[in-house]
Write a protein that binds this ligand. Structure first.
Ligand code: K2U
Ligand code: ZN
Length: 165
């Protein structure tokens, strides 16, 4: 089912997600619902924190045909190099895009949706997306990487937005 995506500056987006203890049927249902929610947004990534589920679980699909689903449970970056600047957006911070600098190549270890450990070498968009989603699990939003001035302006705009609704 489609889940509700929390919107900035919702405090729940600042929660630190806990490691997944066991990839049981509850986790498998959560993965399924997060993929459905991500494709419907549409988005190329979604972290459990954004749908108010505070465990370390990410779904991603950066493919053109939206047919390469990637699920990362308890992801850890074990190597990183290079630097890439990418104009990022966020489903929790609608209509706001800014350049963010991140590592361009990363090696990530995680469990897949069956609970099996695997490693992935990512670069470019996939590397950016994985780092963006892993930030979510640590309560970090891409806007936190921006200047204080830009954050102040954005917060005022977002609060005005939510008052109007
Ligand atoms: O909110 C999210 O975590 C979904 C993000 C993931 C993402 C952010 C920045 C760069 C890459 C991925 C996206 O907003 S999903 C929307 C989107 C779709 C296509 C290209 C870029 C962003
Ligand atoms: Zn995001």
């Amino acid at each position: 089912m489609i889940l509700e995506i929390l919107k900035y500056p919702d405090k729940r987006l600042r929660t630190i997600a806990k490691p997944v203890q066991e990839v049981n049927s509850e986790i498998k249902k959560q993965v399924k619902d997060m993929f459905e929610t991500m494709y419907a947004a549409p988005g190329i990534g979604l972290a459990a924190t954004q749908v108010d589920f505070h465990q370390r679980l990410i779904v991603i699909d950066v493919s053109e045909e939206c047919n390469e689903p990637l699920c990362l449970i308890n992801p850890e970056i074990i190597e990183k190099s290079g630097e890439i600047e990418y104009e990022e957006g966020c489903l929790s911070v609608p209509n706001y895009y800014e350049n963010v600098k991140r590592s361009n190549e990363i090696k990530v270890s995680a469990l897949n949706e069956l609970g099996q450990p695997f490693e992935i070498d990512a670069d470019e968009t996939l590397a950016v997306c994985i780092q963006h989603e892993m930030d979510h699990l640590n309560g970090i939003l891409f806007v936190d990487h921006l200047s204080k001035l830009k954050q102040k302006r954005l917060k005022k705009k977002a609060e005005k937005q939510s008052k109007k609704l």
